[in-house]
Design a protein around this ligand. Structure first.
Ligand SMILES: [Zn+2]
Length: 84
């Protein structure tokens, strides 16, 4: 299954706090639209609702493309890699 959580991010431009969805686990069989979102990186793009400044968010996640037997665990820190 796919798993996501809402976090609060502060815009680097206008300092406005707003929510952003972090995908901890992506299953493309259940959420086929996420395959494209990962490919075009829109899954990691935070757009400030106030000033529309776009920021790339780097976070670790599990990517499971079951139909092609692909499973990737992306870790963006040593701590994250250790946990995996
Ligand atoms: Zn902003």
């Amino acid at each position: 299954m796919s798993r996501s959580k809402e976090v609060m991010l502060t815009c680097p431009e206008c300092k406005q706090d707003s929510s952003f969805t972090i995908w901890e686990s992506i299953n493309t069989t259940l959420d086929p639209e996420m395959k494209q979102a990962v490919l075009d990186k829109s899954a990691f793009l935070f757009e400030c609702p106030k000033c529309h400044k776009k920021t790339n968010e780097d976070y670790g996640f599990l990517y499971h493309q079951k139909e092609d037997n692909i499973m990737i665990h992306y870790a963006n820190s040593d701590e994250d890699a250790e946990r995996v």
